[in-house]
Write a protein that binds this ligand. Structure first.
Ligand code: AAO
Length: 474
């Protein structure tokens, strides 16, 4: 049971991409705790490459040099302080675990934690890893040792992904070292792991590594016997032999088809009715980690195209709000920084540093940070998703550019594409007066004895409507 999060019924993970530990600790206390977020997915916390000649791009953090907790986001003391402060307000930490590989070939020097390394010699003394800890060359069928052919399973799992030196997951020693890294952060109080590039690892190797992990730390408030929560990055959009189903024994899987379906549905509301498409091989709800966009596809890495991002403004709000209202999967929302090119790292004062996140007086972010999770409608829908957890979609209504549905008898959601909508609809809710969440109760909604209500939306920026049982203003 690696697929269960432990956050008191809270339903949403936010990826605070490239945020520093000090800022995440503050965000847990001032925003994520009060707004009932389940967890934060943090950027990879281990020692990484410093790609100074490429201007310290974000992707340097996907090239590990050791498992010391010394990264662009902060040091181990800051990591510990973040975990403790977030746990104290009920927000859990999920580590982005890069364990398929170390740095790219051709790289050598010193990492973010001061460890030396030489990738061509497969020498990573900070762990330590040496030549025998990498996949033997004769197990990779491609002529240059790299992955080209995604239809060849051995090639995808035994060759190098974009030139990254491929750790040998079949080795007991490698399994030991990776599980020691996992156990170190489990001891510190994290809830789980997003495993990077799981598609490039054998499920049996992951099973062995995860089998060596400890239960979650009861001192951090987790129940006794709780296993760490794992979700695996497996890009499966059909058409390749490796599928998300291969990984269900080791946790949840990232469901990239969900984001595509949301983008298509926001473009044409008539397509919003069948988001979960089992026939396309999508993970069932209890195995899916779903999202509208992620840090790769928002910038064209790893399967871009047909994806909504913050750059789509209102359409993005509609896509994320609909997703949060929906009953499918465990949701992660993206929190980004602005960029002009796809390699660009986070806001920085130079020298590979990361700037503080700026919070404006109106609660939005400045200093180059987008903070989609603080967009009013998105935050309010995080609260809605918690309130309606466990119910299913009923009273489906879709007509032109308007859609609405109830979540059991706990909540009712509607959205319209062009900012204006008025219609009497069946809400499925008990009679009474409800606070409309997006308007922070400025809109009071009367549900009649027969469950119908006049649903009105007049908001160009956030044409979204949500009411739920027991939901006041927040
Ligand atoms: C950097 C440089 C490279 C250099 C390398 C080594 O950019 O030029 O060679 O260093 O020195 C990130 C960046 C990389 C970066 C790397 C290391 O994205 O640019 O390389 O850090 O610094 C595949 C993997 C998937 C991976 C994705 C990017 O399967 O695991 O590529 N994502 C994760 C992370 C990501 C990170 C890494 C892995 C590495 O989230 O941030 O890389 O740690 C098909 C396959 C997918 C494949 C994509 C892209 O996708 O199915 O498995 O993802 O191709 O190669 C349609 C299809 C879809 C297809 C897609 C192609 O959408 O439906 O299936 O088109 O775009």
């Amino acid at each position: 049971a690696y697929d269960t999060p432990y956050c008191d019924g809270r339903q949403t993970i936010v990826h605070l991409f490239e945020w520093k530990w000090t800022d995440i600790a503050a965000e847990c206390e001032r925003f994520l705790g009060p707004n009932e977020f389940c967890a934060v997915q943090v950027s990879p916390p281990m020692e990484h490459l410093l790609a100074s000649s490429s201007g310290y791009p974000w992707w340097q953090r996907y090239q590990p040099i050791s498992y010391k907790l010394e990264s662009r986001s902060g040091n181990e003391a800051e990591f510990i302080d973040m975990v403790n402060r977030c746990n104290a307000v009920g927000v859990r930490i999920i580590v982005d675990a890069v364990v398929n590989h170390m740095t790219g070939i051709g790289q050598s020097g010193t990492g973010s934690g001061g460890s030396s390394f030489n990738a061509d010699n497969r020498d990573f003394p900070g762990v330590p890893y040496g030549y025998n800890d990498f996949t033997p060359r004769d197990q990779c069928p491609s002529s240059d040792g790299q992955i080209h052919d995604y239809s060849n399973v051995n090639e995808v799992r035994n060759c190098m992904l974009v030139g990254l030196t491929d750790l040998y997951g079949g080795s007991d020693y490698v399994r030991q070292k990776v599980s020691e890294y996992f156990n170190h952060v489990i001891d510190l109080g994290v809830m789980g792991f997003r495993v990077d590039a799981s598609k490039h690892m054998w499920p049996g190797d992951l099973e062995a590594i995860q089998g060596l992990t400890k239960d979650l730390n009861t001192d951090a408030g987790f129940p006794a016997g709780a296993r760490p929560f794992f979700y695996h990055e497996v890009i499966d959009q059909g058409g390749e032999p490796i599928t998300v189903q291969d990984y269900f024994s080791v946790g949840r899987t990232t469901e990239f088809r969900f984001g595509k379906k949301i983008a298509w549905g926001v473009n044409d509301f008539s397509q919003l009715g069948n988001i979960y498409d089992a026939g396309w091989g999508m993970a069932p709800s209890d195995k899916a980690l779903n999202f509208v966009d992620n840090h790769d596809n928002q910038r064209g890495h790893g399967g871009g195209g047909d994806i909504l991002t913050f750059q789509n403004g209102k359409d993005y709000t509609l896509g994320v709000c609909f997703s949060l209202a929906h009953d499918y999967g465990f949701m992660r929302i993206m929190s980004s920084y602005y960029f002009d090119n796809s390699d660009q790292g986070p806001p920085s004062g130079g020298g590979g540093s990361t700037s503080d996140v700026v919070i404006n007086d109106d609660g939005t972010c400045g200093g180059g940070w987008v903070c989609e999770h603080r967009w009013n409608a998105i935050t309010q829908m995080v609260r809605f998703r918690n309130a309606v957890a466990g119910t299913s979609i009923e009273n489906w209504y879709q007509e032109g550019d308007n859609v609405a549905f109830s979540r059991g008898n706990k909540g009712f959601f509607a959205m319209t594409k062009y900012g204006s909508f008025d219609k009497t609809l069946q809400t499925g809710l008990p009679a009474g007066t409800y606070c409309e969440l997006i308007s922070h109760c400025a809109n009071q909604v009367t549900v009649n004895a027969d469950g119908t209500a006049m649903v009105s939306i007049h908001n160009e920026q956030e044409p979204v409507f949500a009411i739920c049982v027991g939901c006041g203003d927040g």
